[in-house]
Ligand binder design. Structure first.
Ligand code: AMP
Length: 374
């Protein structure tokens, strides 16, 4: 589950179990390397407190444990960043010292600590870290023991914090860098008014409107391969196969990568499409803000569609059997998505009966609320 710390969201990244396994391995390897030496483990606060606590419990031989903290001198009028250690009371001369870090990224902190210990006459000075970011590391210092290598992402948990929060978490989370977009799915049976409302909403919120039905119709009109493929399904009031529709939707999103957000109208219509949409958006650092269903009863919708069919000439709007078939498709394949999005706390519905302006007002109220929460 995603968590929120201050203003940012984080998603699970390294489990408590994976941490445990990594520490087991490090402890075993180190014990092997150090033989009968009794090491002095030096944890670097604040971040390392959890790691040190768990690590020393796993270390199978006698050891000493101490903590240091790196601090800049205060009140010194110097532009140089002079750092010193707080907390080291032990005499470490002639001893085997292992610096225990929770994470090493650029290596700046590590280098300062290593330099300070370098002047203390240790017999052997080693470095161990639970997490290491090879892409961020800028130093030549050899790191003797690495638990888990991670990409250059901001992480919290297991001692690591974001502005003070998150140190207490037993597992590690990574920051979720989703873009600030308004991405809305408009649900509703054929005739519910999705297309009409999308036209108003796209102007009001400066969004790109993607109607999969419109894209199919455009392709049919231009007799493209995609159009030929979709034609038979659409004319019978059946859904076009998922693989075709999903690829097409993704291509439409890719064409508008600098958009403020999207209104998805008529997509997703199946569970497979909904899952594919989540995966695809995540790969783009995007996510759905929410989904809104326009509710109206079947008899009202049939009347509306038959009227529309007279004007638009859409074959699938002129035949009541085909219309009912589209409703059946909706009930069978699309309605289950209500549960899917309710679980994600992303499902909303509004009354789709009334004047166009009233319905736009109802939809806007939902979207405004989603934008406030984002
Ligand atoms: P619409 O204009 O949204 O009512 O769509 C018209 C027709 O296009 C539908 O009845 C389907 O045959 C096809 N279609 C539109 N969107 C999808 C979708 N997401 N999945 C499968 N078929 C779709």
């Amino acid at each position: 589950m995603k968590i929120k710390l201050h203003d940012k969201y984080f998603t699970p990244f390294v489990s408590a179990k994976e941490i445990d396994v990594a520490l087991d391995k490090m402890a075993a390897k180190m014990a092997d390397d150090l033989g009968d030496e009794i090491p002095v483990f030096i944890g670097v606060l604040n971040g390392s407190f959890m790691m040190v606590s768990d690590f020393v419990k796993k270390y199978p031989k006698p050891c000493e444990v101490s903590f240091v903290k790196l601090a800049s001198y205060e009140g010194v009028e110097s532009t140089e960043d002079i750092q010193h250690l707080i907390g080291l009371s032990e005499d470490v001369s002639g001893r085997t010292v292992v610096i225990l870090e929770d994470i090493i990224d650029t290596g700046n902190t590590l280098e300062s600590i290593y330099d300070i210990f370098g002047g203390k006459g240790t017999k052997d000075l080693r470095i161990a870290t639970l997490f290491h970011k090879p892409e961020a590391y800028r130093k030549d210092l050899k790191i003797d023991y690495i638990g888990i290598e991670i990409p250059n992402k901001f992480i919290v948990g297991y001692g690591l914090d974001y502005n003070g929060l998150g140190r207490d978490l037993p597992e590690v989370y990574q920051i979720k860098n989703t873009q600030h977009m308004t991405n809305i799915v408009l649900f509703g049976k054929p005739g519910a008014g999705k297309g009409t409302q999308a036209e108003f909403l796209k102007t009001k919120y400066n969004l790109v409107h993607i109607s999969t039905g419109d894209v199919f119709r455009f392709n049919m009109k231009n007799d493209t391969e995609l159009g030929k493929l979709a034609k038979s399904f659409i004319h019978e009031g059946q859904l076009v196969p998922d693989s075709v529709t999903i690829d097409m939707l993704q291509a439409e999103v890719e064409k508008n990568t600098d958009a403020n957000g999207f209104i998805f109208d008529g997509f997703p219509r199946t569970a497979a499409q909904a899952k594919a949409l989540d995966v695809f958006l995540e790969s783009k650092n995007m996510e759905l803000s929410g989904t809104v269903a326009l509710e109206a009863n079947d008899e009202v919708l049939i009347e509306r569609l038959l009227e529309r069919g007279k004007v638009s000439g859409r074959a699938d709007d002129q035949d009541e059997t085909k219309i009912r078939n589209r409703f059946d498709e909706y009930n069978e394949k699309t309605a289950p998505l209500i549960d899917f999005y309710t679980t994600q706390e992303k499902f909303h519905s509004v009354n789709g009966i009334g004047s166009i302006a009233d319905i736009t007002g109802r939809l806007s109220a939902v979207i405004d609320l989603l934008n406030v929460k984002a």
